[in-house]
Design a protein around this ligand. Structure first.
Ligand code: SF4
Length: 120
């Protein structure tokens, strides 16, 4: 039986970038876990690095059960440029991907931005 899962990945520029210091990323992901808004969550240090490509391969290879994946991090246009080619390599339908900018936001602002992305 196919399971259609929604996932939230928060990418934090290695955890050292000041753009993520106003928020508590653990509170952000726990909000979505507590409220059962997604089926899985991940905090990734650097999705645009080579091991980030491998992360996508591990998550999406042969996996047709992910119906939506939200990446909260940097600019969505940049994200699409950085991840689009690996989605194509994996045959993952890009329309299931949504990037959300959360840099320089507070915990509450980041939650709101992700909520908005989940509802579109
Ligand atoms: S994908 Fe974006 S948020 Fe993640 S490490 Fe790269 S630049 Fe930073």
């Amino acid at each position: 039986m196919a399971v259609h899962m929604k996932g939230l990945i928060v990418c934090v520029c290695q955890g050292t970038c000041p753009s993520f210091h106003k928020m508590n990323v653990f509170e952000v992901i726990n909000h979505f876990r507590r409220n059962k808004k997604v089926d899985f969550v991940v905090i990734h240090p650097q999705l645009c690095a080579t091991d980030g490509d491998n992360f996508w391969r591990a998550l999406l290879s042969g996996n047709r059960d992910v119906e939506r994946v939200i990446v909260a991090g940097c600019d969505p246009v940049m994200q699409r440029k950085m991840f689009g080619w690996v989605f194509r390599e994996l045959g993952f339908d890009e329309s299931k991907f949504r990037g959300v900018e959360i840099r320089n936001m507070s915990t509450e602002e980041a939650i709101k931005a992700i909520e908005d992305a989940l509802s579109t």
